[in-house]
Design a protein around this ligand. Structure first.
Ligand SMILES: Cc1ncc(COP(=O)(O)O)c(C=O)c1O
Length: 391
């Protein structure tokens, strides 16, 4: 299989597959262009499909478990792509990253404890904290005139002084598209250590960092505490979120054991036959698909910048360092936030509402998913521009 521009341009017809992105009730209607939820409209790499078919051909689908080969496939990938050594014994299979976030909040803190997050950030960070009866401490990111975001260390330290017990980091950051520098991460880790605050790093977007920037795994920093947890998955990287498989990586045995017990008590035992087969294939045989996809996404970034610059010249796209999600500031157009989504729907495009990531930090922003064929992206952006310009 050749993963060239034509392969990605072709996209894939997902109608009739119960795709959230294409068919979610209350969001999508016939004829709308979906540029919202973070999955992509491309066929996945052929070895994943082959692995699933191969497994399906064995007609027994009884209970299964993650074997050493699963952790080894993940470790091999992370060594190859990110130069990180992961010992198979430092991994715990999870059904999803969000299940991992919830397990971390519930096992590392007590009800009433404060947990630091940095909005705008992926919405379930907030829910993982509040639904566990913990308190959100929002050390909101700081935005400069070009739309680039940085960490507010002074705000983090204020919360640490007040006794924050845990911080959840999004690295790379969804939705602001930052690939954190090594120095930024080191400063954070050192600060948290000083106040004995634990850290969970959601690294689900690790593989979408655009050169010349590189991804720095939290576990690669010498200052990182043993009990730091990194949450990773092949789901975004290889567009297999429907398989539901993720991994917690941590060098501290007790932390992993507590996470494992929490999941067991929640009835979220891992070991979906197809998820394990697909994930193993993804981590082992699909680097060529991923490399080709990255080049395609890079071109989509240029197309997005060019068209949006032409149609909505006052909109500001945050520098696209990472992910396949663009964070767009449309406040210069003075559209009341509550109208933006309505207007977009009327014009036939679904984007992710900025307030999903933070009620105040997301006001006046929309997130555009450019993980789709270029023609779909351009059509969606045109509709977006018309929606914003409508009087
Ligand atoms: C930062 C981040 N974490 C987690 C998830 C969801 O992961 P999962 O489906 O494994 O829970 C997403 C999905 O967009 C995400 O952007």
């Amino acid at each position: 299989m050749t993963y060239d521009r034509a392969f990605f341009d072709a996209g894939i017809d997902r109608r009739g597959t119960n795709s959230v992105k294409w068919s979610a009730k209350g969001v999508m209607q016939e004829g709308m262009v979906p540029l919202w939820v973070a999955d992509m409209d491309f066929a996945c790499a052929e070895p994943i499909r082959e692995a699933l078919i191969r497994r399906a051909q064995h007609p027994n689908y009884g209970y299964t478990f993650a074997g050493p080969e699963d952790a080894e496939a993940l470790a091999g990938f992370w060594k190859r792509r990110h130069k990180l050594d992961i010992r198979p014994s430092d991994t715990l299979m999870l059904p999803t990253v969000v299940a991992g976030l919830r397990a971390c909040v519930n096992t590392m803190t007590q009800p009433g404890d404060g947990v630091i997050i940095q909005t705008p950030v992926y919405g379930p960070f907030t829910q993982s904290v509040t639904e566990g009866g913990r308190v959100v401490l929002d050390a909101g990111l700081v935005r400069d005139a070009e739309g680039r975001y940085t960490m507010d260390y002074a705000a983090i330290e204020r919360f640490l002084r007040k006794g924050a017990r845990l911080m959840i980091l999004c690295s790379p950051h969804n939705p602001v598209s930052r690939a954190w520098d090594q120095e930024e991460l080191r400063a954070l880790v050192v600060l948290l250590k000083r106040y004995n605050c634990r850290l969970v790093s959601d690294e689900i977007h690790a593989d979408y960092v655009y050169a010349p920037r590189v991804f720095h795994p939290i576990l690669s920093l010498p200052e990182t505490r043993e009990d730091t947890v990194s949450l990773v998955s092949a789901s975004k990287t290889f567009n297999i979120a429907g398989l539901q498989q993720a991994t917690a990586v941590c060098r501290d045995r007790d932390t992993l054991a507590l996470l494992g017990r929490f999941l067991e008590r929640s009835g979220a035992n891992t070991g979906n036959i197809f998820a394990l087969s697909g994930t193993r294939a993804a981590y082992t045989h699909c680097d060529d698909w991923l490399d080709a996809l990255m080049s395609y996404l890079r071109e989509n970034q240029d197309a997005l910048k060019e068209l949006l610059g032409e149609l909505l010249p006052h909109a500001v796209i945050s520098p696209m360092e990472a992910t396949y999600l663009a964070w767009v500031d449309i406040r210069p157009y003075d559209t009341p936030h509550c109208d933006i989504d309505k207007r977009c729907r009327k014009h036939g495009v679904a984007l992710t509402d900025g307030q999903f990531f933070g009620v105040s930090s997301g006001e006046g922003f929309m997130r555009v998913n450019y993980g789709c064929p270029k023609s779909q992206l351009l059509e969606g952006v045109q509709r977006f521009a018309h929606a914003i310009k409508e009087n």
